[in-house]
Write a protein that binds this ligand. Structure first.
Ligand code: OAD
Length: 251
């Protein structure tokens, strides 16, 4: 019987419009903890108290102290890992067209992917709640929290909080590329948060082959994944790329 990694390489070797949907798991090996499961952020803090827009507007100082300040510290220094680089290599090989990511860490772009849909926004920028001015997160002074714009307004990250809508353009493009892909790689997401978790279903309904990379089973695994690869993205992706390159080199 063909090994799962070889099978995935075979599928990708003939793919023309592959798309990846990624979640927090792909950045775990870059030192950024996930939200759910072992070591997950939501085990320690209640997302409805720190990651809901109403909580932020009611008490921005607490949300900055408990959540955003630590995120800034982690994301300021995080670098792509072999999971991210594998996706960049897949794009260079002409196989992967788009990455839809729920992550706000910018690591796919840093690894070299050129078409990245940031489904939940990004952490690289902050906006002023009063004048709407944009400020780069790296330039924000955290001496007093919450940090403020020069107009005195409170700054918020350009990430989607619970209770907010997904940016319209990101949602529509994600639905389009999911419907048009021939293979979807679903990497490091628990597939618990909507509407991101509907993208693999859209892909599957339109005939795509679903390859899932995750050390744990998810709600997708038994329902729609054609090929679950159980393991960490940082170790599976290099093996998958090696098997794929071998196939592409063989006439
Ligand atoms: P989760 O934290 O819900 O899930 C992370 C997934 O990654 C789990 O299924 C893990 O098994 C898996 N995982 C852990 N380590 C891994 C590794 N090394 N390689 C591959 N997979 C690994 O993260 P998301 O599904 O991204 O939203 O969560 C979705 C959304 O929920 C986030 O974007 C965030 C959160 O609340 C907002 O903040 C709006």
């Amino acid at each position: 019987m063909i090994q799962p990694i070889e099978h995935a390489a075979e599928i990708l070797s003939t793919a023309r419009r592959a798309v990846a949907l990624t979640g927090a798991g792909i950045s775990v090996e870059s030192g950024i903890p996930p939200f759910r499961g072992k070591g997950g952020l939501w085990e320690k803090i209640d997302p409805m108290k720190v990651a809901h827009i109403d909580a932020f507007l009611k008490d921005p100082e607490t949300v900055w102290k408990l959540l955003i300040k630590d995120m800034k510290r982690l994301l300021d220094t995080a670098r792509p890992n072999p999971g991210h680089s594998g996706l960049a290599d897949l794009e260079r090989l002409g196989i992967l067209k788009t990455v839809i990511t729920q992550n706000v860490d910018g690591l796919h772009q840093m690894a070299g992917n050129s078409d990245v849909i940031e489904f939940h926004g990004n952490f690289a920028w902050q906006s002023c709640l009063d004048c709407n001015r944009s400020i780069e997160t790296s330039q924000v002074d955290l001496t007093t929290l919450p940090p403020r714009c020069s107009c005195g307004g409170i700054l918020r990250p350009d990430c989607v909080f619970f209770g907010e809508l997904i940016p319209q353009k990101a949602l529509i493009r994600s639905q389009q590329v999911s419907a048009a892909c021939d293979v979807m790689l679903v990497i490091g997401t628990s597939a618990m948060v909507q509407p991101a978790a509907t993208m693999p279903f859209i892909a599957k309904d339109n005939g795509a082959f679903i390859i899932e990379i995750n050390p744990e089973a998810t709600p997708l695994t038994s329902r729609i994944s054609n090929l679950p690869l159980l393991g960490d993205a940082g170790s599976i992706m290099p093996r998958l790329l090696k098997a794929l390159r071998r196939r592409l080199a063989t006439p």
